[in-house]
Design a protein around this ligand. Structure first.
Ligand code: AMP
Length: 451
């Protein structure tokens, strides 16, 4: 199954800097939250591409010595987030290939929705695949295209794929950045202090390497980077924006600008909106760290209820979401979060989290806070109930496992044993992200899929 590959990853591209691979490495550090399973970088020295990729965190995969072998003034990098089980290094990116025009490396964030069809068609025609990644389809499509130039072949290839893709391609002399027509996943363009360019999933990478944000790569746009030239823009598809609203809710880092606005600000807005929905008297507002922090600040400011740190997070444990069994997930939540008894004992507590997926985290948190002496625990979620899986790159489980697809809010409240539970509604979420039209994909909350 190609399902669940290449999701929620980070991509970066550096063009026109003598230490391109080092900048890619630092950028991947800033983007580590988007994927912790594997990391990789390909660089080009003008004659040849060099690639290093492996399982694990960016810091584990690279060191000074390895980076020194990734020579050249352009580089692309990737961090991968994937479900447990497919831990093959073959499925780490960049995807590298030699073909009739030379060499290329591709990094991809998003999910292709017609990946299986394209792959079966390619296999019928004799293609041999080495990985389970939908991104490998692109290599074959480009290699088999009858067009003469790589630019035309990329355009040819992206016309045959559907779904979500923020892509960066590296050839020996050029770099290409491309976003699908809906711009599901983010991709921004920046200028390096030395004059070169950077593209990255989130602008927090720009801040780290001192780059200035220029603009987003547009939905449907292909940007071509070539030495001594300004980036060339080709409108491959008419843009029909459907940006992933869950980037604002959970996925992006708060210090990033995504789809042109501050993630921190939109999250605080969600907290403010939430404070208007079923307001409740309480002694303190606390976040589930780290995801719930900005919304809890917004909630506290709007309601006037004091903000406290009621839960400590151990940062040395990976995200809990990806563990295969329920038992493991329960244990990992316990390892990750612990209550701050001083702050919560005998208090009526409002707890803010960004989302409930299976309900494991919320249930555990309510129990933990009660055991630590909280008088009442009121759970508030800064997004609507997650009722539908994502096919465009966010790793949500299938519908049977999504608690909100199977239970009412009252039933979920009973399941997590909270004194009350309320979610932000869709209108409040849309206001929080300043939506003035239908440019956001809200399928995980509404089931309205565009592709
Ligand atoms: P659960 O315990 O399954 O209800 O998961 C809810 C927790 O997972 C919340 O604290 C969220 O911040 C976090 N979360 C939500 N969506 C995702 C995702 N796609 N990947 C990883 N964690 C997530």
């Amino acid at each position: 199954m190609l399902e669940n590959m290449n999701e929620k990853c980070a991509v970066v591209g550096i063009f026109g800097h003598k230490e391109a691979s080092k900048l890619a490495y630092f950028s991947l550090h800033a983007l580590q939250h988007r994927g912790q399973e594997a990391a990789g970088i390909s660089s080009s020295d003008g004659q040849k591409l060099h690639t290093i990729k492996d399982r694990g965190l960016v810091m584990k995969v690279f060191n000074e010595e390895k980076l020194a072998t990734l020579s050249g003034s352009s580089a692309v990098g990737h961090t991968r987030y994937s479900t447990a089980g497919d831990d093959s290094i073959l499925d780490a990116q960049p995807v590298f290939a030699r073909y009739d025009l030379g060499e290329m490396a591709i990094v991809h964030n998003g999910n292709l929705t017609n990946a299986e069809e394209v792959r079966s068609a390619l296999i019928k025609k004799g293609a041999i695949f080495q990985t389970f990644m939908d991104t490998e389809n692109l290599i074959h499509l480009i290699a088999k295209s009858q067009k003469e130039t790589l630019t035309d072949r990329i355009i040819d290839a992206v016309n045959r794929i559907e779904g979500a893709f923020s892509l960066v391609f590296l050839s020996r002399t050029k770099m290409f950045a491309m976003r699908d027509r809906h711009g599901f996943r983010p991709l921004s363009l920046g200028r390096l202090p030395s004059g070169g360019y950077i593209v990255a999933s989130e602008t927090c990478a720009f801040d780290l390497v001192g780059a200035d944000y220029i603009r987003d790569v547009e939905a449907g746009e292909l940007l071509i980077f070539e030495e001594n030239k300004a980036p060339l823009s080709i409108k491959v598809f008419e843009p029909t924006p459907k940006h992933c609203i869950f980037e604002y809710v959970y996925f992006a880092r708060p210090d990033s600008k995504v789809f042109g606005q501050s993630v921190y600000q939109t999250r605080k807005n969600m907290g403010r909106e939430l404070a208007h929905i079923k307001p409740i008297k309480a002694d303190i507002v606390i976040p589930v760290p780290d995801g719930g922090v900005p919304a809890a600040i917004g909630y506290a400011q709007e309601s006037g209820i004091p903000y406290e740190l009621g839960i400590m997070r151990n940062h040395y444990i990976g995200r809990t979401f990806i563990e295969p069994t329920q038992e493991m997930r329960d244990l990992k939540v316990k390892m990750k979060l612990s209550p701050m008894a001083e702050a919560i004992k005998d208090k009526i507590v409002i707890v803010i989290d960004d989302s409930i997926v299976r309900g494991t985290t919320s249930r555990r948190i309510v129990k933990m806070l009660k055991e630590a002496g909280a008088k009442e625990v009121h759970m508030r979620i800064s997004s609507p109930p997650t009722t539908d899986p994502c096919f465009y790159g966010v790793d949500t489980p299938n519908k049977e496992k999504l608690i909100a697809a199977n239970m009412s809010v009252e039933e979920i409240c009973a399941f997590i044993e909270a004194d009350s539970l309320a979610y932000l509604d869709e209108a409040g979420l849309l206001r929080s992200v300043n939506a003035t039209d239908d440019r956001y994909c809200t399928a995980c909350f509404t089931g309205n899929y565009i592709v």
